[in-house]
Design a protein around this ligand. Structure first.
Ligand SMILES: Nc1ncnc2c1ncn2[C@@H]1O[C@H](COP(=O)(O)OP(=O)(O)OP(=O)(O)O)[C@@H](O)[C@H]1O
Ligand SMILES: [Mg+2]
Length: 260
């Protein structure tokens, strides 16, 4: 599904950000990318997202090949990939609802279907009652959940997350991570760059450790996904928190954008 073959990425002034990296991520996997600052995590994600092209080697994502990009390939790819960043990157002058709706509209979704789909996505991330709030009126964790809802508009096969909890406190981190685990349990692969050792410790997901643009270890453990799924079912406080929020919203939320 995602395959990097002997990928090197060199920048003119800073040198090798990635150095002969080969990697395969299978459908539905959850993968942590870790390693010190400057080790190449964001570069790896940018190559998968095809925001950057490799200097040498090949990146293949869902049948699209960086070495033989055709017109329209990048747009096609981005419709199947969701991306979230540490700094959320929401449009500040639009409500939560409008941020998600905008992402749907640019992909050409039929207009009458947009409001209901946006409501469904915001409910999914536990924010049904906050649709009319602007980003500045939301907590960091809430903003990141809007960004995740936005990343899910096209039912992507993979969600790329570059330090999505980097700006969040512990509680918001747990909420966002729980959401990513649920999204993964529903079948979407997740590749998440993180410095958060606590998250790594709390889960058994495959962990790829990077240093100086190289992979120094890859747990690549095929049993990890099953164990992680079992853990998901555990009575987890973060899960309950989100479930409670959703339940409350389902019964009390006004839904101004439900289609007439
Ligand atoms: N656009 C760019 N132009 C030039 N050099 C870059 C660019 N992006 C990254 N680099 C270089 O590539 C190396 C890897 O950077 P990258 O952003 O991938 O690291 P990272 O592992 O994500 O670090 P952090 O944990 O701090 O986010 C760094 O040495 C950086 O200077
Ligand atoms: Mg980075």
């Amino acid at each position: 599904m995602i395959r990097l073959t002997h990928v090197t990425k060199e920048y003119p002034r800073t040198g090798r950000a990635l150095d002969d990296v080969s990697l395969h991520v299978a459908k539905g996997e959850f993968v942590f990318l870790t390693g010190p600052s400057g080790s190449g995590k964001s570069t790896m994600l940018k190559l998968i997202f095809m925001e950057e092209r490799p200097t040498a080697g090949e990146v293949r994502v869902s049948g699209i090949n960086s070495a033989t990009l055709h017109r329209g390939d990048i747009a096609r790819l981005r419709r199947k990939l969701g991306v979230v960043f540490q700094d959320f990157r929401l449009l500040d002058d639009r409500t939560a609802h409008a941020n998600v709706a905008f992402a749907l509209e640019v992909t050409g979704a039929a207009e009458p279907t947009v409001p209901a789909k946006v409501s469904r996505l915001l409910t999914h991330v536990g924010l049904a009652s906050k649709g009319l709030a602007f980003p500045k009126e939301l907590s960091g964790g809430e903003q990141q959940r809007v960004a995740i809802a936005r990343a899910l508009v096209n039912d992507p096969f993979v969600l790329l997350a570059d330090e999505p909890t980097g700006n969040l406190d512990d509680r918001a981190t747990r909420g966002v991570f729980q959401l990513l685990r649920e999204i993964n349990a529903a079948g979407t692969a997740v590749v998440m760059a993180t410095h958060n050792l606590e998250l790594l410790r709390r889960s058994d997901f495959r962990t790829i450790d990077m240093l100086h643009g190289r992979i120094v270890s890859d747990t690549g453990d095929s049993g990890a996904a099953e164990r992680a799924a079992a853990r998901l079912a555990e009575d987890d406080a973060a899960a309950r928190e989100i479930a409670d929020a959703r339940e409350g919203e389902r019964t009390t939320a006004a839904r101004p954008w439900t289609p007439a």
